[in-house]
Design a protein around this ligand. Structure first.
Ligand code: SF4
Ligand code: SF4
Length: 111
């Protein structure tokens, strides 16, 4: 699937990251996940599973945006993604929360 334009405020957005997990033995090789992944993270592999199908494999691990589309579209519950926290994100969130709390306290003092 291809998109023809980028959002104008893309540089201000935090892009989520995901990690894809494939349960190869459940796959029946339909290729839906490969076809519909918006970031072309997956391709069909040359390997066979026990049922004789080609399961997908991850070719662009850093590109997954954890949209869960592959998980939703898979008829056999053979693929899923989990969110990946970027390094330093927790500290940044804590700092933001601290700044908000500080701001609230200042507001209350001024009343
Ligand atoms: S979660 Fe979205 S971006 Fe990641 S592999 Fe699945 S469909 Fe592609
Ligand atoms: S959508 Fe599911 S069953 Fe189809 S190829 Fe992908 S993992 Fe396999």
């Amino acid at each position: 699937m291809k998109y023809w334009r980028k959002p104008l405020d893309l540089d201000q957005m935090k892009i989520p990251r995901g990690e894809v997990h494939i349960i190869a033995e459940r796959c029946k090789g339909c290729g839906f996940c490969v076809e519909y992944c918006p970031k072309d993270v997956l391709v069909m592999s040359e390997e066979f599973n026990r049922k004789g199908y080609h399961p997908p494999k991850v070719v662009k691990p850093g590109e997954c945006v954890n949209c869960n589309l592959c998980e939703m579209i898979c008829p056999d519950f053979a693929i899923f993604s989990v969110a990946v926290e970027e390094e330093g994100e927790d500290q940044a969130d804590a700092a933001t929360a601290g700044a908000i709390a500080e701001g609230e306290a200042t507001k209350e003092d001024s009343h």
